[in-house]
Design a protein around this ligand. Structure first.
Ligand code: SF4
Length: 453
């Protein structure tokens, strides 16, 4: 039996981990109805003990946002997930990430009922379903943050800040709230499809970060403090290094964690980078995963195949996917998605150049050639047997199967792949049957090639 919903804010969400990206696939049933998770279903998924500490940390994060909103103790800045969070935090803003809420709406499986509200005011069903779910949640006044943390909606922003490095949708998304709340909107316009990143590009991006300072001073009521920025950057860098260590532990055969675990435990790296509590959490998680390795425990019992997940998670189906792969003794050991919160350049001496480079050298911002080389490195370091590409209907930016990349990788490295059609949030675009057939096809193909360990 799972926890009573009254005891646990996460359970009140119908979730285990309490907050996306720390969202849960462990208990996606509706807590309010008192559903239980059948024992035979739980048995394939090995729970990570540290999850409890992460749930507490994520709950603290949301409670602090609520307090800032209710009491005015701090200004609230919305920031896109790979936006200038460190700069905002250095001014004392409570930083809220709308994509985190988008993922939460997907994981709690209410996105499909919210999206039509956004469609009705002109936001196309074909654009980012984080955006349409989130705008729909605002219009319908419905969010899982209410039962979990008593927030009557996403916390109202004093300032909206984006970086278009990942897509244009984030700017349009925040522009909706600018019109609603009449608060300032500002951001970084990033070049995309980058091969080698040039000095000029870094300088231009660093200048754009600096140009935000007068507005941040005005809204926060604080003067810019370079020492405070350095302090936040250093913490963010240490967090990123610890998160990298977590993910690299999956290079071990058998792996102590899966991609599905990663989507839960990345929560602090996403919303609390720059806050030392995130660092403390990852130290705890690393020691547990190292213990698993030392004791010979694996995330998937009798791991015999190792896969790479390319593209967005299907938030409402994480649990199903985790069980399906575990049922085939296959472990999805790595993903571009989880790796996207490793920001090496945050350790740079010059904080502005560090942010400029960190937020432009991401996979999503890069050229096809770079992506091919990157994935080849992943095959090598993680011992990948096959790729799963998720073609997410409403996120072409994170769907890397559309211009021949999987075929080229297969040809050059001999690593097979399948593509599943779906979406990050809009489950109307997803076919359970097609996905399962594709997963099984990949497993069978590898069985036939005799690639089981
Ligand atoms: S990258 Fe994709 S999922 Fe993320 S905000 Fe842009 S369109 Fe949405």
């Amino acid at each position: 039996m799972r926890k009573n919903a009254r005891d646990d804010p996460a359970a009140r969400l119908g979730l285990d981990a309490g907050a996306a990206f720390g969202v849960s696939w462990t208990f996606q049933l509706d807590a309010a109805k008192g559903d239980t998770v059948p024992e035979e279903k739980k048995s394939l998924i090995k729970k990570i003990r540290s999850t409890g500490a992460m749930k507490k940390l994520m709950a603290d994060y949301f409670n602090e946002l609520k307090e800032a909103q209710d009491t005015g103790s701090a200004k609230i800045a919305w920031c896109t997930s790979v936006g200038p969070a460190e700069l905002l935090r250095s001014f004392g803003f409570q930083v809220y990430f709308p994509e985190n809420h988008g993922a939460l709406l997907g994981a709690s499986r209410i996105a499909a009922e919210l999206i039509p509200a956004a469609n009705a005011i002109g936001y196309s069903p074909d654009i980012c379903s984080y955006l349409t779910s989130d705008v729909g949640a605002y219009l319908r006044k419905k969010t899982p943050l209410t039962p979990a943390f008593g927030l009557d909606g996403a916390p109202k922003a004093d300032l909206l800040v984006y970086n278009t490095n990942q897509c244009r949708d984030v700017q349009d998304w925040l522009a909706f709230y600018q019109r609603e709340w009449k608060v300032p909107l500002a951001g970084i316009d990033s070049p995309r499809n980058l091969g080698e990143i040039t000095k000029n590009q870094v300088e231009s991006l660093a200048s754009q970060h600096k140009a935000l300072i007068p507005l941040l001073e005005e809204v926060s009521g604080r003067r810019f403090d370079i020492d405070r920025l350095r302090e936040v950057m250093e913490s963010s860098y240490r967090c990123t290094q610890l998160w990298k260590t977590v993910l690299k532990l999956a290079e071990h055969k058998p792996s102590p964690l899966t991609f599905f675990d990663g989507t839960i435990h990345m929560g602090p790296a996403v919303v609390l980078r720059g806050d030392p509590r995130a660092e403390a959490y990852y130290k705890l998680l690393i020691s547990e995963l190292e213990e698993r390795i030392a004791e010979g425990h694996s995330a998937v019992e009798d791991e015999s195949l190792r896969f790479y997940w390319e593209g967005m998670p299907v938030w409402g189906k994480l649990r199903d996917h985790a069980e399906t792969f575990a049922g085939h003794k296959a472990c999805v050991v790595a993903s571009t998605y989880c790796n996207s919160w490793i920001f090496e350049p945050l350790g740079s001496k010059d904080p502005f150049e560090g942010m400029a480079l960190a937020y432009s050298e991401l996979f999503i911002v890069r050229s096809e050639e770079y992506k091919e080389e990157y994935l080849a490195r992943m095959v090598e370091s993680y011992g990948i047997d096959g790729f799963i590409y998720h073609d997410a209907k409403t996120c072409p930016n994170n769907s890397n199967n559309r211009y021949g990349l999987p075929e080229r990788i297969q040809e050059t490295l001999g690593v097979p792949h399948v593509v599943i059609n779906g979406d990050l949030n809009d489950l109307r675009m997803y076919s359970e049957e097609q996905a399962r057939t594709q997963f099984e096809a990949l497993v069978e193909q590898l069985h036939e090639r005799g690639e089981l360990r």
